[in-house]
Design a protein around this ligand. Structure first.
Ligand code: NIG
Ligand code: FE
Length: 414
């Protein structure tokens, strides 16, 4: 796919100069080019710079886009979602408005387990049909790459059904999809008295089967009180690592039991949530080069505390923002909205929020060599916004101003 895009009012490249991610003050450096041109050849970016400096000859037949008046930036990389599910949980939303907490609802048998019942009852085809609708909405709102987790099956056939659905969607959909196995998302109702046996089922059967079929890029565990302990998480994640699978963790969300320290010790690519991270956890992530993925929409939706993002950035830990889109703790996949919440509630600068939602999100998926910035050689994943300047993307919130999306060189108009 070849495409020449001219007259871009403001091109936000988030140029990485070969770096995997940006940390500390670098997160404010967006590599902005005013009045810019981008040339795409075979789905990849081959040239970027000022329109006045573009001297290459291109065939008359090349498709062109006049981006006059538009702001362009890298497609968002949403590195943490549970976008494959069945059923919805408006009832829990109402219960929370009435004062119940997410943890109280979960321990009363609702929460994740209510979605597990719906997913077990759904066919793979139904799950895919539900997800396709969400994936279309994501692409329209500027997300060009998304991670999707299993974790609502919690037994061998239903976890495999979820992983198969995610992989089939990855083959069929234009949006880029990374598949994460989260068999240890909650303790299955059948194993409340013998959780160790479920951990063994994951390690000895499900993980090796999925790894043999190359059906997963990441293995994740929800490590928290009432879910999986640090020892159980270690057992599962070491088994994944032995199979050559990269690791992620749901860490320090509801309580502080040392989950982010474990993530760092095991060399996890990211530790996610971190509402309750402490100084030891922050220092461990910094030493390990593990990405801290914060999920501002969860704190907003559950009306609970926010992760200490300023402290994390201040310590030099690379920070990513993701939506955590799921029917329980955040029923929104809008990355611009997550970025606005990160700015107003976590005090990120708009520039940091953009870096966290693009390049650093890509790094959290081991994909920053391919996407996450507008640099020659990378996939052409670019959003064009009809806004006065790039700060408007987070400032003028609640409306989608995307005018065109380019995914791997394919132009979509909205
Ligand atoms: O990331 N923390 C655990 N899991 C999800 C919630 C999933 C759900 O409630 O269905 C999360 O917030
Ligand atoms: Fe999650």
């Amino acid at each position: 796919m070849n495409l020449l895009i001219k007259n871009i009012k403001q091109l936000v490249t988030v140029s990485a100069a070969g770096k995997r991610f940006k940390a500390g003050p670098e997160m404010n450096d967006l590599g902005i080019v005013e009045n810019a041109t981008v040339l795409i050849e075979n789905g990849r970016i081959s040239w970027t710079g000022r329109t006045s400096d573009f001297e290459q000859t291109v065939p008359d037949s090349i498709d062109t886009l006049d981006a006059e008046g538009l702001v362009a930036l890298p497609g968002f990389v949403d590195s943490h979602t549970h976008a494959l599910f069945a059923g919805t949980r408006e009832n829990e939303f109402a219960l929370r408005s009435a004062g119940k907490s997410y943890a109280e609802i979960a321990s009363a048998g609702g929460g994740i387990l209510s979605t597990v019942a719906a997913v077990r009852a759904a066919t793979k085809k139904e799950l895919k049909k539900n997800a396709r609708k969400h994936l279309d909405g994501m692409l329209r709102s500027g997300t060009t790459t998304v991670e999707i987790k299993s974790g609502y099956g919690l037994n061998e056939p239903d976890e495999i059904k979820m992983m198969d659905a995610i992989n089939e969607l990855a083959d069929e959909q234009l949006i880029g999809i990374a598949a994460t196995f989260l068999g240890a998302h909650a303790v299955p109702p059948e194993y409340t008295e013998n959780t160790g046996e479920y951990v063994q089922l994951i390690c000895s059967r499900i993980l090796p089967y999925l790894a043999r079929r190359k059906a997963l890029q990441f293995c994740d565990v929800f490590c928290d009180n009432g879910f999986f302990s640090v020892d159980q998480a270690r057992t599962i994640l070491e088994a994944a690592r032995t199979l050559g699978i990269s690791i992620k963790m749901h860490a320090d969300q509801l309580s502080q039991i040392g989950a982010s320290v474990l993530a760092a010790e095991l060399g996890a690519v990211s530790a996610d949530h971190l509402e309750k991270i402490d100084d030891a956890g922050i220092a461990a992530l910094q030493r390990a080069g593990t990405i801290a993925t914060v999920l501002p929409g969860v704190s907003f939706f559950l009306n609970e505390e926010y992760s200490p993002a300023r402290k994390i950035i201040g310590a030099g830990v690379p920070l990513a923002i993701a939506s955590d889109f799921n029917p329980g703790s955040n029923m929104s996949f809008s990355m611009p909205l997550m970025m606005t919440i990160a700015c107003t509630q976590m005090r990120l600068t708009p520039e940091e929020a953009i870096t966290a939602a693009t390049l650093n999100g890509a790094a959290a998926l081991n994909m920053s060599g391919q996407t996450g910035s507008i640099d020659p050689g990378k996939q052409a994943d670019i959003i064009f916004y009809d806004v006065p300047n790039y700060r408007s993307i987070v400032y003028h919130y609640g409306t989608n101003f995307a005018a065109h999306i380019v995914k791997h060189g394919t132009l979509l108009d909205y």
